[in-house]
Design a protein around this ligand. Sequence first.
Ligand SMILES: [Zn+2]
Length: 128
Amino acid sequence: MKRDPLFYKRPAIPGRKLPNSINEKINNNEQHCCEMMDMFLADPRIPLFYSSLYREYDIALLYKGKITALQGLFYCPWCRTKLPKSVREEWFEILAKEYHLDDPYCDEQEKLIPKEFKSDEWWKKRGL
Ligand SMILES: [Zn+2]
């Protein structure tokens, strides 16, 4: 029987914008699976992040106080809810296919990323 992995380790993708430090946590008052998740996401002392852009929950790996990589979560560690599927791959695919941005984090292309792709608007609109 194949079991879903509990964690996946994500390499630091070259050019992917990571928050530099834990002080850059954004709390946009979104509702998550449980009160504990809401609380830890809002707590600036805990290196837990939610990316509304990619719909991903990550534990930041710190090296000398800087975030160097992200450890993605498939399940909530507190209430065990299966977290929603990441839409990161779709973000890159749609930008490449519909907007011809095959390297959206290079300086030139980053300026051309449509506004809806800078928040959760793009995947909510597409019903992903
Ligand atoms: Zn939870």
